[in-house]
Design a protein around this ligand. Structure first.
Ligand code: PLP
Length: 379
């Protein structure tokens, strides 16, 4: 069983060895820029590569400003703080996401509330969000109050799962009418678009990740993107210890964070950004191959983006018939050295979020039991 799929993947990657889920590729100026960075001695918190990397990500995403951070989780943490999330506030997100999304909410001492995803995008469902807000909240003094907890719902964090763009414009519209800020977790969707607008640029703030397994990598790294100059300045300030500019004095006017991206990592990022267009082309090509393979299979469905959306196909995903089939597929492929992984467990099933308020999560549960990622490295 599934031997034809394993054979297909082995042919694509042209190897009999272990095939990982997602490996980085360093085929451009990575070593050159790293050497330059080391020779300059500016390997740490300041240097030209940080500025260059921020400028290239801003340009690529069509965002006015970009602020580099030490990782994507830190970017989310700061994004939420800038969206005015304070202790004891609530933040709505999807239960089907990587744990970092929920962690960042907890770092603010805020409470996550989980609202379901759409089956097709695997991202936060505008319909379910609207229903949840209409049924459970009241607008009092321009704030969205959760009727049952009396806490303020300050932000919504939608996420573009595996690079497939979710219905972000609809979510932003709903949030605007309920006085809620949108912090878009675009960690997985660098190079993904809705109506030719880059993911992460729809909400107040978007966040990216450059972890080793993402579409491009800086080893570890992240970025905040926004069109708001004040927010961008605040993001820079709060990620760099809130040091008041002065030629020599150490004055800091608040407890802030050391979340800056080292210049060494940014050097890698500059080279990776040059390769990004080629990575995206290669990932499109790979996705088309998978798509044509699974078109011939009745019981396995390959996940495609919505019409008018472009996916970066960060991780290719298939839907199996049932939890049993999913488990069988995972076992056979991993036993054969072809790495596959299930989608995440729902956040509300993790011990630290077991008491979180949840909407109806039928779609998330359906996907949790059926979705598997296939090897997706650039060939
Ligand atoms: C990768 C990822 C992040 C950020 O992760 P870091 O490892 O901190 O860069 C955040 N959210 C999602 C959904 C992710 O996949």
């Amino acid at each position: 069983m599934y031997q034809d799929i394993i054979k297909f993947i082995r042919e694509i990657y042209d190897t009999d060895n272990f095939i990982p889920l997602h490996e980085p590729r360093f085929r451009g100026n990575e070593k050159k820029y790293l050497n330059e960075c080391i020779d300059s001695t500016f390997v740490s918190s300041v240097g030209k590569f940080v500025d260059q990397f921020e400028a290239s990500v801003a340009k690529f995403t069509g965002s006015k400003y970009a602020v580099a951070t030490v990782n994507g989780t830190a970017a989310l943490h700061i994004g939420l703080l800038l969206a005015d999330v304070k202790s004891n506030d609530e933040v709505i997100t999807q239960p089907l996401t990587f744990v970092a999304t929920a962690n960042a909410i907890s770092y603010c001492n805020a409470h996550p509330v989980f609202v379901d995803v759409d089956i097709d995008t695997m991202g936060l469902s505008p319909e379910k969000l609207k229903n949840f807000l209409e049924k459970n909240t009241s607008i009092i003094n321009g704030k969205c109050i959760n009727n049952s907890t009396k806490r303020i719902i300050k932000a919504v964090v939608p996420m573009h799962t595996f690079g497939l763009p979710m219905r972000i414009a609809e979510v932003v519209e709903i949030c605007n009418s309920f006085h809620i800020n949108v912090v878009e977790d675009a960690a997985e969707s660098l190079g993904s678009y809705n109506d030719n607008k880059h993911t992460g640029t729809f909400g107040l703030i978007g966040t990216l990740s450059f972890n080793g397994n993402k579409t491009i990598t800086t080893g570890g790294g992240g970025m905040l993107i926004t069109n708001d100059r004040i927010l961008a300045e605040q993001a820079k300030y709060i990620t760099t210890t809130a040091k008041v500019p002065h030629p020599w004095e150490y004055h800091h006017d608040m407890t802030a964070y050391n979340y800056r991206l080292p210049n060494l990592n940014a050097a890698l990022g500059c080279a990776q950004m040059e390769s990004l267009p080629n990575f995206l082309k290669a990932k499109q090509k790979l996705a088309r191959k998978y798509s044509s393979l699974f078109k011939k299979k009745e019981k396995i469905h390959f996940r495609e983006p919505l019409a008018k959306s472009t996916s970066n196909f960060w991780l290719n995903a298939i839907e199996l018939e049932s939890l049993e089939k999913r488990n069988e597929f995972l076992k056979i492929t991993n036993d054969e050295g072809v790495m596959t992984r299930p989608i995440w467990k729902l956040m509300n099933s993790l011990p630290m979020h077991s008491t979180a308020q949840c909407g109806n999560l039928d779609n998330s549960t359906y996907l949790e039991n059926r979705i598997v990622n296939l090897p997706s490295s650039v060939i």
